[in-house]
Design a protein around this ligand. Sequence first.
Ligand code: PA5
Length: 431
Amino acid sequence: MFHIDIQKTERFTDEKALREARKTVQQSSEDLDNRTGKGSGWLGWQDILQKPNDALLENMDAIGAEIHQKADVFIVCGIGGSYLGAKAVIDALKPEFDDSGPEIVYAGHHISGRYLRQLIRHLEKPKSDGSPKQVYLNVISKSGTTMETAIAFRVLRKWMHDQYGDEAVSRIFCTTSKDGGALNKIIKAYGYRKFILPDDVGGRFSVLTPVGLLPIAVAGIDVKQLVYGAVSAYQDLNKDRSNLLDYVSARYALYKNGYAIDLIASFEPALTSMGGWLQQLYGESEGKNGKGMFPAVAQYSTDLHSIGQMVQDGPRNMVETFLVVDDTGQTVIIDKDNRNYDGLNYLSGKSMEHVNEKALQGTQQAHLEGGVPIFTGYMSQLDAHSLGYAIYYFELATAIFVYALDENPFDQPGVEAYKKEMYHLLGRNNG
Ligand code: PA5
């Protein structure tokens, strides 16, 4: 379903370093299983797979289908772990240029007034038949207090009420913690429909809870397949974790050897947002007390024409992690052209997938020779089950890697620093 090939990292790690890394990583894996590691009260992302909540999945499916049918635009309002997982799965599985079901748009993931103004203008623009757009809104915030999300929600909520009057209440869905936070106060006052993110699941580990599942279901994606893909990974990796531990050990040994950057790359654009989700999972979990690898994302071959030079020939402190799909399910065949002005007839009859695969192999070979250790994550198909499988694989790998760093994978104290400075500059008081 999903595994990572570490062969192309082997020439960059010596036997002894790898043996030591493996020992540390093995211990980290046991600490996680025994629930004796740091932040062990935050392992709900495993518990939801041990006992999948079918009633919740059916509920998500039913509400998602209803909104899918009624909405022209569905707004996902959240930041960080509150939207990146949904975006990763939707971008991976919703066909490009697909106009069946609602348009999924994002808000509350930055503080640009220009963006929000233009979004509202877009919502207000009638459909081609002259009728108004049907808009639904899902605000997602575990804390219920995140400023980016709270401002956008305040603005969009007012717009919804101005637009739909009392009916706005049935068009607004809130995903947050069971108790506490400003969002819970708003839900209580207005009667919006609420979905709960369990207390023991952190934002970036929450894609398989209502945080990710509602937007994913609205996009028309089978949430049961997704979650049960992760359940399969949970069961498989409880039985045999050797591939995952090999991967984490090699990555840890490289990190100890001075490799400071992990560039997550894919030749399939549908997986670029999956890279964005992984970037946050790795970055926010690892980056503590001067430790961790800086995660970056690239979309190839596009970015080979921008950062390719740097990867090939810049400072040798980078590893690459490729996300590869064995079967994308669709392709284009390159036709023969009798005039052959573009000189491409040597490719006639070949699929673009074939060319893309050769581009992947060629790039890996060139980067390897240029001194870049390469991990390759293989997903068998681009479907919900395989994605769910990969999601749990990476969640588990993250937790074990961060335990090897002797840090807590589940907190993010550093994120508070910018907020403190910003609130000070904004003159926030308790009002
Ligand atoms: O992973 C995390 O915990 C964070 O990225 C949060 O998801 C992000 O900061 C948004 O927080 P909240 O959901 O509380 O608005």
